[in-house]
Design a protein around this ligand. Structure first.
Ligand SMILES: Cc1cc2nc3c(=O)[nH]c(=O)nc-3n(C[C@H](O)[C@H](O)[C@H](O)COP(=O)(O)OP(=O)(O)OC[C@H]3O[C@@H](n4cnc5c(N)ncnc54)[C@H](O)[C@@H]3O)c2cc1C
Length: 467
């Protein structure tokens, strides 16, 4: 067994494992150091995949409320949370084992343990089975991802006060769940437990949920969440959480100051964001620079300040999304193989997997206004879309923002059932530098929800057909 490779990747999350696979496809010998006992990182083990499995199962559970009007009589559904958690575990296992298979197929060596950078070209691994192993390679990729951010003074025990990881593992449906943070992960996990019967209160510091999203979309989504019986405490901050008997008392107050309020909770989910994870990586000693938020500094080619050391994914600047990490992994592997790939950071979609889903790509109206870019907006509601009407899933709309002079698509924002699938039409058009007229002139199958995208494109030019 050789200890010398062309490439060492530390971290087998979506960024690291895709980088390793692509590098191997391009003929490099690759070792991937991962300390978890399963490959796939945050995404496959405690992130995207388990949350989507629970979102899917809980959505079907809640959907039974609407069965009767469709002529389906099944009675009141009963929840077997243990079986649902088992369904989630199968999703994790199927996916993590899939990566293990791909590593074997591509002859990537999984070195199980914690990797520490010893300087250019060298990584020391504290092996899971005990002992150490020193690996050498001309190129090293740091893909160590991120960890949950903590609220000072609030200790997460992953039972009653939980992070996203604990919220995926609850053994009982909490009667009252307080979610601290109205971002993507808080709203997704809040939705899971809301559908299974929890009374959910979301406390958000800012005046609106989903910071950074298009304002009109966020407002519409707030209205829909309220219809789903979410309580939203916006512009509010949590100042403390105390145990009280079997439950918890959550103290909140207006962000701008004012009267305090106490909320009762059985479980508190702290979901205020994530921070780059570089613990034990030895960046200091190896001389690798980090920014003020602890993220590894890289240049436009994903290179750190130390020769032969590169970084990708959640550990560096940019949206903390699995597909962003994956693209960087592939682009980096291809660059190391001497190719000249390109990554377009302006066209990275974002999806909130609630019901309805929220999906966006490119600029929001607020960003265009701030940048002084003149644009035309075309909007089409699902209430006027035949398929949405047939399915009685008419919440939401598609909004397309296009440059006023050139008609080039600058941003697309969708709130509606299957928005996360529909957004890719916009992503492709934007990647090709297309115009709203290109979408408007493209034949869309009928009856589909995607026809609303075409209609929104027609609306950019003031000529929607079904409105
Ligand atoms: C609940 C939740 C839901 C999410 N849902 C989505 C979603 O739907 N879509 C989406 O795009 N993103 C989602 N994300 C975000 C997504 O999981 C991350 O953006 C993505 O996993 C980042 O990939 P990465 O490769 O950079 O790092 P990670 O996936 O964090 O992987 C890093 C890996 O490195 C390992 N590691 C760290 N240090 C060392 C070391 N020194 N030695 C060895 N191994 C080490 C870690 O054990 C980990 O396995 C979600 C996150 C959470 C928490």
């Amino acid at each position: 067994m050789s200890d010398t490779f062309d490439l060492i990747v530390i971290g087998a999350g979506p960024g690291g494992y895709e980088c390793a696979i692509r590098a191997s496809q391009l003929g490099m010998s690759v070792a991937c150091v991962e300390k978890r006992d399963a490959l796939g990182g945050t995404c496959l083990n405690v992130g995207c995949i388990p949350s989507k499995a629970l979102l899917h199962a809980s959505e079907l559970f809640a959907e039974t409320d609407h069965f009767e009007k469709m002529g389906i009589k099944v009675g009141k559904p009963k929840l077997d949370l243990g079986a649902m958690q088992n369904f989630k575990q199968q999703a994790i296992d199927g996916n993590t084992q899939g990566i293990e298979f791909l590593f074997k197929k591509n002859k990537i060596e999984w070195v199980k343990g914690t990797g520490t950078l010893k300087g250019a070209g060298e990584v020391e691994v504290a092996l899971t089975e005990g002992g150490t192993r020193t690996l050498k390679a001309s190129d090293i990729v740091l893909a160590t991802g991120s960890d949950v951010a903590h609220l000072p003074g609030i200790d997460v025990d992953e039972k009653q006060i939980v992070s996203s990881t604990g919220a995926l593992e609850l053994e009982k449906v909490p009667g009252k769940l307080v979610v601290v943070g109205g971002g993507v992960i808080g709203l997704e996990l809040g939705s899971v437990w809301n559908r299974l019967g929890s009374e959910v209160t979301v406390v958000e510091f800012l005046p609106a949920i989903l910071p950074g999203m298009d304002g009109e979309v966020a407002k519409t989504f707030q209205r829909i969440l309220k219809k789903q019986k979410f309580a939203l405490k916006l512009g509010s901050k949590v100042t403390g959480v105390e145990k009280s008997g079997k439950g918890l008392k959550v103290s909140i107050e207006p962000a701008k100051g004012g009267d305090a309020e106490v909320l009762d909770a059985d479980v508190v989910l702290v979901c205020i964001g994530r921070v780059a994870y570089t613990e034990g990586l030895g960046l200091d000693k190896a001389g690798v620079e980090v920014d003020e938020r602890g993220r590894i500094k890289v240049d436009a080619h994903l290179k750190t300040n130390v020769d032969g050391v590169h970084a990708i994914g959640d550990a560096i600047i940019g949206p903390m999304l699995a597909h962003k990490a994956m693209e960087e992994g592939v682009v980096l592997a291809e660059r190391l193989a001497g190719q000249s790939p390109h990554m377009n950071y302006d066209v990275i979609p974002g999806v909130v997997y609630t019901q309805p889903e929220v999906a966006s790509v490119g600029k929001t109206e607020e960003e265009l206004k701030e940048a002084g870019i003149e644009y035309r907006a075309g909007k089409f509601p699902f209430t006027a879309n035949g398929r949405a009407k047939a399915n009685q899933q008419t919440d939401g709309f598609v909004k397309i923002l296009a440059d006023k002079k050139t008609d080039k698509v600058l941003g697309v924002h969708i709130i509606g059932t299957q928005a996360g699938e529909m957004i890719h039409e916009a992503v492709t058009v934007m990647e090709f530098g297309g115009a709203a007229e290109d979408i408007a002139r493209t034949c869309h199958a009928h009856p589909t929800l995607s026809e609303a995208v075409k209609e929104a494109a027609l609306a950019v030019d003031g000529r929607p057909l079904h409105m």
